[in-house]
Design a protein around this ligand. Structure first.
Ligand SMILES: O=C(O)C1=C[C@@H](OP(=O)(O)O)[C@@H](O)[C@H](O)C1
Ligand SMILES: C=C(OP(=O)(O)O)C(=O)O
Length: 756
């Protein structure tokens, strides 16, 4: 792939891994007319020629840069000043000089001292890439692909020179970021230099002990993982610690404070402090990686900040046609209840032990937000979470934006709850969430006295200004939305007087039920729910049943695939959630509720479903809010039914993780299912259909719905961008394949390399 030469003649000074890979990539992509190397070592130049990386080479650096329009200096940072000095006399007027040093402040000062007038066209840079190998033999034309390159121009850096260097790195496949040199040096000191220093120091400390052979003999995986980077090049790291001295010392001081806090917790046997430190650390890594890539935890786990890799994996589901579903399938915990369990347990007095918690990314985003606000939360381990409640007024300023990932419920409910706090907060989300409407919650909260800004078009980020007194209101919901209802009720806990919400149609009432379970009274009168501010919640035990929204894929799958019989134990069957069962039964499905019981204020049952011939229906509009998340799966049932199915009054589907009407229609079109799209719904004509390539647009429910469609398709269905299935249903692919769906997950992550 070539964008044509961006530079006529490029000189690379220092032909090691970084410089050699740069030369290799330039040549492979045809981005430079001629590639020249300057090196003190004749042998390195010979190797560079032999490997075909360069056209010419010189040991005289001034000669090497003669006529070059770009010079890339990739020597160790301690050698750079001498290199700049040596090459300066040969620099052509207008030549751009850039570098690859891991420390920026010091290198900029060296360049300022030595390059004279040429300093204005010096563009400081740092490709965050590398691997354990070094030297020109390790040169790799792909080294910079999907890696970050940080440019740190200063006030007198020529803007055109900076733009051209950025353009070149982008053409090499890198992601280019720009930041101030001090910022770069501080961030790198904390994220790279400090860990290296700690690893060197720990190994050295233990090695100097009398019984070090003993220690190293029994050194287990933890020691090996933690100290792997102590094998890095001492010369290079010596230079970095020397040149980035102040930032490294600051990072070390920060760390000393942290280790002292931990030491105190251990010495005082302060379990809560210890659990707090460790449980925050436990999830923080995945959380921050996700936040940085604005992606899901699953994907972020495969991208690595140490190497600057931005590669992420977004698996594809390939589902072969046919098969049937069988077995007893325990689907994960209810997402709506899992969110609320963390929120209310955090605001309660005392601890709450939650079982059945959904360890999916949406619920984990809520959990992380409360950790960020100072709540100590243990787990989750196998669905068990212990929340040490801080009371209604015990949350602390997180001091940074709270990342909600893909989760609309987290962002909307938290907006209500945070409106009543004394501190400011900002809520951000991934690409999909950043497109979803937030004024629907901001508007009623403003009526209560909250001060909230939303981003462009009323979308995220949402900024909530704390410290404002809230007053109770009576709000008539303009749309049937449990999220808006819940946001207003949660703000009502902090408001003066009564806050009530009247809904146009029944929506899920988990907030009302769970508040009651935590001992906070909620008044209910027909379509109106009311809370009074100033009460208190008390912690206890909470069981989250299996999620009917996740069960829905198996209700549909088992209904449409002949010879299927599936039991889904312990599913929440709150009447505000069972629309999908009612709709499927109207279509002729064979679904039985067995062993009905109450679990902490929520009805649960085992669902038994057998395949049955389905017929098309007109879906009663009052069932729409009661089946809102299950409608994509219902579309698949409709495609397999005899006759046509009509859905109206479902315009809310257009503002979910994707426009679920259009995205489902596009997928149905691919399969050859006859349909007609309405602004607020769809008409689907059932019949035989084929396979093809379906785009889920990163929407979990679209991906899982089309996976089930394969049970009746005439050819394989390939579904793209399925990582977000983990937002609501981690383990879906394994469970579905175990039950009989011919599902293959493709596109696993590529492990990241090493770097400094
Ligand atoms: O309150 C909740 O937990 C939810 C409410 C619904 O959203 P709306 O309130 O936007 O309808 C639903 O789609 C979402 O998955 C979860
Ligand atoms: C719409 C959904 O969730 P949320 O609004 O929380 O993103 C869903 O899970 O289908």
């Amino acid at each position: 792939m070539s964008a044509g030469p961006l530079f006529r003649r490029v000189t690379v000074i220092g032909l090691g891994l970084i410089g050699g890979s740069f030369a290799a990539a330039l040549r492979e992509r045809g981005l430079a007319g001629t590639v020249v190397a300057g090196s003190r070592s004749a042998r390195t130049l010979e190797q560079g020629m032999a490997l075909g990386l360069i056209d010419e080479g010189s040991q005289d650096l001034a000669l090497a840069v003669r006529g070059a329009d770009l010079v890339f200096v990739s020597t160790p940072v301690s050698a750079m000043e001498a290199v700049f000095q040596a090459l300066a006399p040969g620099l052509a007027e207008g030549a751009i000089v850039t570098d690859g040093g891991s420390v920026k402040g010091a290198v900029i000062e060296q360049a300022r001292r030595t390059l004279g007038a040429g300093f204005a066209r010096f563009v400081p840079g740092h490709p965050i890439a590398g691997k354990e190998k070094s030297g020109v033999e390790a040169a790799d034309a792909e080294l910079y692909q999907h890696h970050r390159v940080i440019l740190t121009p200063v006030a007198d850096t020529d803007a055109d020179a900076a733009r051209r260097v950025a353009e070149l790195w982008s053409a090499l496949g890198a992601e280019v970021l720009t930041m101030a040199p001090e910022h770069h040096d501080r961030v790198l000191a904390e994220t790279s230099h400090l860990p290296h220093l700690l690893a060197f120091s720990l190994v050295d400390t233990l090695a100097r002990q009398g019984d070090s052979t003993e220690i190293f003999r029994y050194a287990a995986g933890g020691f090996r993982d933690f100290t792997r980077i102590a094998g890095s090049d001492p010369v290079m790291w010596h230079d970095i610690f020397r040149e980035n001295r102040q930032a490294v010392l600051d990072a070390l001081d920060l760390f000393s404070d942290g280790i002292e806090r931990f030491r105190r917790a251990v010495s005082d046997q302060d379990s809560e402090a210890m659990m707090g430190i460790m449980s925050r650390a436990n999830t923080a890594r995945a959380h921050f990686l996700a936040m940085n890539t604005r992606s899901s935890y699953t994907r972020a786990r495969h991208s690595d900040d140490e190497t600057g890799m931005t590669h992420d994996s977004d698996p594809t589901f390939v589902v072969s046609p046919g098969g049937r579903l069988q077995g007893r399938l325990r689907v994960p915990g209810d997402k709506s209840m899992s969110h609320r369990s963390i929120m209310l347990a955090s605001l309660a007095e005392g601890s709450t032990e939650i079982s059945g918690f959904l360890e999916g990314e949406d619920a984990l985003a809520t959990l992380q937000a409360f950790r960020d606000m100072g709540v100590v939360i243990e787990g989750p381990h196998n669905g068990r979470v212990v929340v040490h409640g801080v009371g209604l007024h015990g949350l602390r300023d997180p001091g940074k934006p709270l990342y909600m990932g893909n989760s609309g419920t987290s962002m909307r409910l938290l907006t209500g709850l945070l409106a009543g706090q004394s501190f400011d907060t900002e809520l951000t989300g991934d690409e999909s969430l950043s497109k979803r409407p937030m004024e629907r919650v901001a508007a009623p909260l403003r009526e209560m006295g909250a001060v909230i800004d939303t981003g462009e078009g009323g979308r995220p980020p949402v900024r909530i200004h704390g410290g404002h007194t809230l007053k109770g209101i009576h709000y008539h919901l303009p749309m049937a939305s449990a999220q808006v209802k819940s946001a207003v009720l949660l703000a009502g806990l902090y408001a003066e007087g009564a806050t009530s919400v009247t809904e146009p149609a029944p929506t899920r009432d988990h907030t009302e039920r769970m508040l009651t379970g935590f001992g906070y009274p909620v008044g209910r009168d027909g379509a109106t729910a009311t809370v009074h501010g100033g009460g208190a919640l008390s912690g206890g035990r909470l069981d989250v049943p299996a999620d009917i929204s996740s069960a829905a894929f198996f209700l549909v799958g088992a209904s449409i695939a002949e010879g299927s019989e599936v039991t889904l134990p312990h599913v929440g069957v709150n009447p505000t959630r069972t629309g999908v069962i009612d709709i499927l039964k109207l279509m002729g499905a064979d679904i039985r509720l067995e062993n009905q019981r109450d679990a902490g204020g929520e009805p649960v049952a085992d669902l038994v479903v057998r395949s049955a011939p389905l017929k098309g229906i007109t879906i009663p509009e009052e069932l729409v809010p009661l089946a809102i998340d299950e409608l994509p799966a219902v579309f698949i049932a409709a495609a397999c039914a005899d006759g046509e199915t009509v859905l109206r009054g479902a315009e809310e589907l257009r503002v979910k993780e994707s426009d679920r009407i259009q995205v489902m229609a596009d997928g149905l079109a691919t399969l050859g299912v006859e349909h007609q799209v309405y602004e607020d719904g769809i008409r689907i004509v059932g019949g035989a259909f084929g396979g093809g390539q379906v785009e889920s647009h990163g929407d979990h429910r679209i991906a899982m719905s089309f996976a089930m469609a394969a049970l009746r398709a005439g050819a394989p269905i390939t579904i793209h961008h399925c990582a977000n299935v983990a937002t609501s249903f981690p383990g879906f692919a394994t469970l579905a394949a175990g039950a009989g769906l011919a599902l293959d997950v493709q596109g696993a992550a590529v492990p990241a390399g090493e770097g400094s």
